[in-house]
Design a protein around this ligand. Structure first.
Ligand code: C6P
Length: 411
């Protein structure tokens, strides 16, 4: 059973506005998604009636805040099928979660001569921290390169991930190409070689079921703001036995067990990795967003987004002056399409589309090594969410024809 996208849109106040005198068509969902009233109201309720510092106050509001925060953790654990709530650490965003893994796990475990394997399409957040670990430890970075369909082959995976690999860090879905990588297969092979697998689910989490046990991920990260939740809240999932052995990442209040003048012992999981006052309203908003997504159904969302993507791709391919960077096979991709319009700089494309009310992203998308690999300076990108419609895709396509005209091309 599908869902009514027109009814869904009523939940998103941001979508009802006009920009530059045109109805807003928001196609920059890979950067951040809009929030439904269910999320906004959950945050407001928390702020009105339960705001206090969690894990500290014994008073009524203090225990309410603790309850709200820990219930949100349980909600996340259920959403990703973690073995227990101890495996869910709240962070500011996916970037902070990746830094936590790199510096608390990587720095302690990686030795000179070890290899860290990344995909060439990694977002800087899953690349720059590993460069730092390689620099600090003397380890080597190795990249998985893509075939002509922008996908990873079994051969490439098996050639690059070997028994000298210590860590494989890979996005489940590229924020530029839309490629969905075979993370389960990669994890199986990496584990057979003795490596640990870090999955960046920042892009995949709103579009497919992410089950950390089925994926056999050792660590997995995502951000609340890409799955209809607030900014400032992210998640690190880690296998309990790995998290238990890791040293803390930051030090201070709330992460300690006992502090003496010269030394301290640390709190058990998950508090060990959550120093300082946490973002309770962010966690509450994220839990509400996960409830919202599940109430619609990830399978239904994926099907709707797949239809929009297949349609947009088919129409874009009819335009001889458009080049798509990403797989054309729908089985290999999610709802993110990067493209170039011949003779038009991606920033001009995004600026002109904005005048038609169409929000797209242009630039290197925080994936400069990929841009160098593709030999392009930048691209334009549309990315769909559950609330986008076929009519919106049509306006986007018509506006693209206008971009060419604005820039002086006949057709
Ligand atoms: N990509 C985009 O427009 P943060 O900023 O920590 O919430 O997410 C970082 C991040 C990590 N991994 C992937 C695959 C991502 O796509 C992102 C964020 C946004 O593509 C902003 S650059």
């Amino acid at each position: 059973m599908g869902f009514s996208v027109h009814e869904i849109r009523q939940d998103f106040p941001a979508l009802a506005q006009s920009v530059h005198g045109k109805p807003l068509i928001y196609l920059d969902n890979a950067a951040t998604t809009q929030r439904p009233v269910q999320v906004l109201e959950a945050i407001e309720r928390y702020n009105h009636f339960a705001n206090a510092n969690p894990h500290r106050g014994v008073h009524y509001l203090g225990t309410e805040a603790t309850r709200a925060y820990e219930q949100a953790r349980e909600r996340v654990a259920r959403f990703i099928n973690a073995g227990s709530r101890k495996e869910v650490i709240f962070t500011r965003n996916a970037t902070e979660a990746l830094n936590l893994v790199a510096f608390a796990f990587g720095l302690a475990q990686v030795k000179a001569g070890d290899e860290i394997v990344l995909c060439i399409s990694e977002h800087h957040s899953n690349l720059v921290p590993w460069q730092q670990i390689a620099r600090l430890t003397g380890a080597k970075l190795k990249y998985l390169y893509l075939d002509e369909e922008f996908c990873l082959t079994h051969k490439e995976i098996q050639a690059k991930i070997t028994d000298t690999t210590k860590i494989v860090a890979i996005a489940q879905m590229s924020n530029v190409l839309g490629t969905i990588y075979p993370v389960r297969e990669i994890a199986g092979w990496a584990h057979s070689q003795g490596a640990v697998v870090v999955v960046d689910a920042a892009q995949s989490i709103p579009h497919q079921v992410v089950d950390v046990q089925a994926l056999d991920a050792d660590f997995l990260v995502f951000s609340g703001h890409k799955i209809y939740g607030p900014m400032g809240i992210g998640v690190l999932y880690g296998r309990e036995e790995l998290l238990r052995e890791m040293p803390p990442y930051q030090f201070g209040g709330d992460m300690i067990e006992y502090v003496e003048e010269e030394s301290s012992t640390f709190a058990p999981l998950p508090q060990k990795f959550e120093a300082g006052t946490p973002n309770v309203e962010g966690a509450v908003g994220l839990a509400a967003a996960l409830d919202y997504v599940e109430s619609i159904g990830l399978k239904q969302i994926a099907e709707h987004e797949r239809n929009l993507t297949a349609y947009a791709l088919e129409e874009l391919r009819k335009l001889r002056w458009v080049r798509v960077h990403g797989p054309l096979d729908m089985a290999q991709r999610g709802p993110v399409i990067s493209f170039e319009i011949e003779g038009c700089h991606p920033h001009d494309v995004a600026t002109i589309l904005d005048t038609y009310g169409v929000a797209v992203r242009a630039g290197h998308h925080c994936a400069q090594p990929l841009m160098n690999y593709l030999k392009i300076p930048a691209s334009s990108r549309v990315s769909f969410a559950l609330y986008n419609t076929k009519e919106e895709v049509d306006v986007f396509l018509e506006s693209i024809l206008n971009v060419r005209k604005w820039l002086g091309y006949g057709s």
